[in-house]
Each structure stands twice: as C-alpha cells, then as structure tokens.
Design a protein. Structure first.
Length: 134
C-alpha cells in the first residue's frame, strides 16, 4: 500500500453482515477510512454527503438494488466520477455484464479472495489519483 491510498475514504454498501464485516475489517487493517450502509438509499446519501474516494457496491440488496444505486450515483454530477467496485454473485450469470452496463468501473465475484479485493481497490484508487480532480 502507498501512503496516498491509505487515507482514502471507502463507502461499503452491503446487506450481508458477514461480507460487510469482512470487507470493513480488510479496509480498517489497511487504514482506509470506512463508511458503511446496509441499504442503497442511505448509502447514496452518505456518498453525496462525504464524496468517498471509492464505493464498494453489493449488487443484490433488499429494496433498491446496487445497479439502480450505481445509476443514481452516475446521474448526479457530484458523485458521477466516484469509482464503483461491484460485488457480484459469481453464480448469477450476467451479473458482471449488468454491473458494467450500469456504470460500475469493475466487479469482483463473491466469494472473493482478499488479495484480489485489495488489488482492485488499489487499482481504482490509483486511477482516480492519476485523473486528479476532473
Ligand atoms: Mn446482498
């Protein structure tokens, strides 16, 4: 991890408690600032309020799903450039394609390896740093 990325703020939107704990524990241990929401609507509010550096978005959520939430983030000028990393169900064929079509930058299929998740987080954050404030 580089110093630049360790202070980044990551918003996790995930309804599964075990997955939420796993992802947040990983982020905590690498000194990311973590915001969390178990549902899409309050998650979008958190994104608008805090403008995190990255959103990790579960696709399957009760009520509004992660695809709809991603489209809403993309339609708001304030949040449209925040990278979104989708957590997709590997068994659900087409989930990955739908995630990208909705505007997610990339996806990780569940169950995922911790190393894979961390690498993808770092990659998306470094893209964002390279692009500067645009
Ligand atoms: Mn879920």
């Amino acid at each position: 991890m580089t110093d630049k990325t360790t202070s980044a703020t990551v918003l996790v939107i995930e309804d599964n408690p075990l997955n939420m704990e796993l992802v947040c524990d990983i982020l905590d241990s690498y000194n990311y600032r973590v915001l969390r929401s178990e549902r899409a609507e309050p998650g979008i509010s958190l994104a608008q309020e805090h403008l995190p550096d990255l959103v990790i978005m579960d696709i399957s959520l009760p009520g509004m799903d992660g695809l709809t939430a991603t489209r809403l983030l993309r339609s708001d000028p304030n949040t449209r450039n925040i990278p979104v990393l989708a957590l997709t169900a590997g068994a659900m064929r087409g989930d990955e394609r739908r995630a990208l079509a909705a505007g997610c930058d990339s996806y990780i299929s569940k169950p995922f390896e911790i190393d894979v998740l961390l690498r993808e987080i770092e990659r998306l954050l470094s893209n964002r740093l390279r692009e500067g404030t645009s």
